[in-house]
Design a protein around this ligand. Sequence first.
Ligand SMILES: [Zn+2]
Length: 161
Amino acid sequence: MGIESIDFSHSGVTVQQSHPCQEGSSCCDDDYCRCGVYTHVDIDTSDKGTICHMVCQEFDITDEVDKYVVDRILNNMDGYYDESYNFYAGAGYYGEELDRVWFSSDPERINNAIEHIKELNTVEEKIEFALTVEYGFVLGKLKDVTYELKDISPHKMEAGN
Ligand SMILES: [Zn+2]
């Protein structure tokens, strides 16, 4: 188990394709395009949510605060970084097909951080850990603050708060 064992080939990580026939080649003339080749990983905003969701599934993380901490871990440990991913593509009938896309950068760092969440019991401990992941430390004056998750309806919020 770990982020490196997740296959992101069907969702989560976008791998850009190039089509020689769209750049002047006559390879696909008068026929279906079959010349597509995968070129590079290109993670966009919508990929991030899917990656986080799939990682949470892999680690059995269902708590909303835990999911937030996973997102901060991924954000700060190159989990949303194009070059952290590798892919295999093979020949298919309509051009290349993706076989597998996986996180290949430094999985142990992310795996250890996510496993650590499971040892934390309170929201305060979890938020402190998220802040440590994000900034490398927690401000002294935030140390003894208590946090609470609240649902606030948008019309009760004032700009600037
Ligand atoms: Zn083509």
